[in-house]
Design a protein around this ligand. Structure first.
Ligand code: NAP
Length: 485
């Protein structure tokens, strides 16, 4: 099976923050991979822009180093890297000053797509939008890509939306949530809406509950100062987990079109019940064998009350989901790196095989990382003589097994999303009203902690999180699925 790669239209892509960590680890290597795959047209151009003084030759050397280190060993024909690097330019620019803007404007070509990637601190998003506009670079073919975090709360997200809207139309604003660029996340929609099998069962009559887990083994690393002002609720729950929840719970859109999909996602967020205080557990990781610092040590704040873990139960008040709980959890320094959605179906109403055969329920597991794939657990007879004993076995579709290693060498989320920007497809990007609705749900939860001076529960690094999170689900006679790599 060989997939066809269709080149995108010619483009000028400006990466503001072109020397930063994200550009180095994701954006430049991702663009190189797309170049190798033949998706980038020969007349595409990439312009790095930041305050540091470099010329284009130095920037190419920087990009070559980043690609060698972070492009996942992608092999290309000889000379391809040099060809790719020849498409790179660099402009020294200050988002808040006047330096470099005239030069950048003079580099922009007419008649090609213009994309401006805001890979800088969010405080600069408004300045960049304003200057792009002032220097006449905001044409009809222009679009801006805005990194997370999009606001810190509802008020700041609204203010940012208003600022961007003074310079760009909503159809030109691409708010990135890289979770939406993951292959399995899109497959989730294909599985739900491309098969007759699941949709009739996709409701509270047949689904007992849904678990969404995004577990990381890393701590806050060098992001301590930023993270401590944010926490797991703002950094992960309000965006990544919320987006996954939307895709799993939304009604079928009439078509796979940006606004049709985003309208349905928005309805899910608006139908979310407020979360009761006893339906949330916050946690903070401790030190690990003297090897890794505790959360408090890592952020250099011995009294911090910011959470590095959160688990919560929520409900969606609509016809489809009334009565089906959604359990969401995410945290750092957990026992394995694993992003997984589990759809746990109800037990069969009656066992014709007698009590000793036990009750069995189907489980659909959607693995986002690692080992992207989908597994459906079904009940069969245990092979061999000895009566009718039942066992649960997985129907496993690990993509690398099912499709072969070549086909399963998916584009990384960033590279896919950047190509969507060039193609002008906003389906996998968050719309302004979606982001605001997500903050409107999140804000009262955070305000509640602040009003109660809530202190996160400690948990061991390398564990599954605080024991209170186990209680949260066990009170409902359910259990979390294991966190496994
Ligand atoms: P970073 O490593 O601190 O890089 C920031 C970049 O912005 C540098 O290239 C810096 O270069 C440039 N810059 C700073 N001030 C500037 C100014 N006044 N004018 C022009 N350029 C300026 O940050 P990052 O980790 O790459 O993150 C960039 C954005 O992506 C942030 O919004 C972050 O929240 C988001 N993000 C990052 C990651 C990640 O994995 N890194 C993940 C998700 C989201 P100079 O100092 O030379 O100007």
């Amino acid at each position: 099976m060989v997939s066809r790669v269709i080149p995108v239209d010619p483009f000028d892509l400006v990466i503001f923050g072109g020397t930063g960590d994200l550009a180095q680890r994701k954006i430049l290597p991702g663009l190189f991979r797309r170049y190798c795959s033949g998706q980038m047209p020969v007349d595409a151009r990439i312009i790095g822009a930041a305050r540091s003084e470099h010329d284009s030759a130095e920037y190419r050397a920087f990009a070559a180093q980043a690609i060698r280190e972070f492009s996942g060993g992608r092999r290309c024909e000889d000379g391809t890297l040099d060809d790719f690097l020849n498409r790179l330019e660099y402009v020294t620019i200050d988002a808040r000053g006047t330096d470099g803007w005239e030069q950048l404007a003079s580099l922009m070509r007419d008649g090609v797509v213009r994309a401006f990637y805001f890979s800088v601190a969010p405080a600069l998003f408004g300045d960049l939008a304003q200057r792009i506009h002032e220097h006449g670079m905001a044409t009809e073919e222009s679009r801006i890509v805005v990194e997370k975090p999009f606001g810190h709360d509802l008020a700041s997200a609204r203010a940012l939306n208003r600022t961007l809207a003074t310079h760009f139309d909503e159809s030109q604003i691409y708010r990135i949530d890289h979770y939406l660029g993951k292959e399995t996340v899109q497959n989730l929609m294909a599985v739900r809406f491309g098969n007759m099998l699941f949709e009739p069962l996709w409701n509270s009559q047949y689904v007992d509950h849904i678990q969404i887990t995004v577990a990381e083994t890393v701590g806050v690393g060098g992001r301590g100062e930023y993270y401590d002002k944010s926490g797991a609720m703002r950094d992960m729950m309000q965006n990544h987990l919320m987006q996954l929840l939307c895709l799993i719970a939304m009604e079928p859109p009439a078509k796979f079109d940006p606004d049709a999909v985003r309208d349905e996602k928005l309805k899910v967020i608006r139908a979310l019940d407020p979360v009761l205080p006893h339906h949330i557990v916050r946690g903070q990781y401790g030190a690990q064998d003297g090897e890794h610092p505790s959360y408090r040590e890592a952020v250099g704040n011995p009294r911090t009350r910011t959470e590095s873990y959160i688990a919560l139960k929520t409900h969606i008040s609509n016809w489809r989901w009334a009565g089906t709980p959604f359990y969401l959890r995410t945290g750092k320094r957990l026992k394995a790196r694993s992003s997984v959605i589990n759809v746990l179906f109800k037990d069969t109403p009656h066992s014709i095989f007698g009590e000793e055969a036990g009750r069995h329920a189907n489980l659909l597991t959607i693995r986002l990382q690692p080992n992207e794939g989908i597994t459906l657990q079904v009940t069969i007879k245990e092979p061999g003589p000895g009566g009718m004993r039942l066992i649960d076995v997985p129907l496993d579709m690990t993509f690398s097994d099912a499709l072969g290693p070549e086909e399963a060498d998916f584009p990384d989320a960033y590279e896919r999303l950047i190509m969507d920007v060039i193609r002008g497809n906003q389906t996998l990007f968050m719309r302004g009203d979606e982001v605001e609705a997500a903050w409107a749900w999140t804000d009262p939860i955070i305000a509640g902690w602040e009003a109660r001076n809530d202190v996160p529960k400690p948990y061991d690094s390398g564990s599954a999180g605080p024991t209170d999170a186990e209680m949260l689900i066990q009170r409902d006679n359910r259990n979390w699925r294991g966190i496994t790599p």
